[in-house]
Design a protein around this ligand. Structure first.
Ligand code: NAP
Length: 266
């Protein structure tokens, strides 16, 4: 089930600039968010971590009239350069839709996680938000809004999600600490907890197809979460429609987080 966002979106971001990090391709959650922000009137700035993503991103950026800049969040010099490139730009919205873990860590048990794999997942998927907030602080407008993408595996055991669940728990805690820190400037930050959506990153989780089937069959709305569901919720958090909301984890998962254990024993 899909919702046509191109004609429904109110222009709640007119005259505003939104930096979207994490568009890998047209299936990315960040792609849907960027498209919705553009429909809402925002100027877009997009980032790419490497040449392969740049190749896919450039045509999209051109279509949207967006700036397109490099930033591998594992590299402090990339983040500093991004901040320098954006000198004179006032950022009203920042989208953190970045995560990574080695495929080997997204199967089996968490006890098999390597030290290096743990550090990699936490660095890319959580510390990157801190580093970005640190270096981009002078570019963030008073009243700027930040959204970071998370998943329910942060608080519940989801088979094979493993170290990424730990990274998302850390990310959500980071969002709360940042909310307290930036709140006095009128700036807000929230986490958006999406249901499973078939993207490049998600396909790295062992058994992801089964997760999708289970979600569709059991979620209260009896359907999968769509890219547009996530984009619309992000637009709410990135605009003044959510004024007064900060430090929260907002679920956009067709209700799946409500469910307790399924009784299978009579
Ligand atoms: P995606 O399209 O694969 O996006 C993930 C992005 O992170 C890619 O652009 C990826 O680039 C980028 N990235 C990885 N390492 C990076 C680095 N060092 N520097 C900069 N960027 C880097 O997958 P997605 O599902 O839309 O993921 C977006 C966010 O949503 C993630 O935080 C994910 O955990 C979260 N989320 C996803 C789901 C879901 O089911 N899809 C559900 C809940 C939350 P490369 O392609 O080069 O690696």
């Amino acid at each position: 089930m899909s919702i046509d966002i191109s004609i429904e979106i109110p222009r709640v971001l007119a005259g505003q600039t939104v930096l979207v990090m994490g568009v890998a391709n047209e299936w990315s959650l960040a792609y849907g968010i960027a498209r919705a922000c553009r429909a809402a009137g925002a100027e877009l700035i997009l980032t790419y971590p490497n040449a392969a993503v740049e190749k896919r991103l450039r045509p999209l950026a051109e279509e949207w009239g967006a700036r397109c800049l490099p930033c591998d969040v594992q590299n402090d010099s990339h983040i500093k350069t991004l901040a320098n490139e954006l000198a004179g730009v006032e950022i009203h919205g920042l989208v953190h839709a970045i995560a990574f873990a080695n495929k080997d860590e997204l199967r089996g048990g968490i006890s098999q996680t390597s030290r290096a794999g743990f550090q990699l997942a936490l660095d890319v998927s959580c510390y990157s938000l801190i580093a970005l907030m640190q270096h981009l602080a002078p570019r963030l407008a008073l009243g700027a809004r930040v959204v970071a993408l998370t998943y329910e595996g942060s608080t519940k055991v989801v088979p094979n999600y493993n170290v990424m669940g730990v990274a998302k728990a850390a990310l959500e805690a980071t969002v709360r600490y940042l909310a307290a820190e930036i709140g006095p400037q009128g700036q807000r930050i929230n986490a958006l907890s999406a249901g499973p959506v078939n993207t490049l990153a998600a396909r790295g989780i062992s058994g992801f197809g089964g997760m999708l089937k289970h979600h569709e069959a059991t979620a209260p709305l009896r359907r999968l979460t769509t890219q547009d569901d996530v984009a619309n919720a992000a637009l709410y958090l990135l605009s003044e429609l959510s004024s007064g909301v900060t430090g929260t984890v907002h679920f956009v998962d067709t209700g799946a987080h409500l469910l307790g254990p399924t009784p299978t024993v009579e």
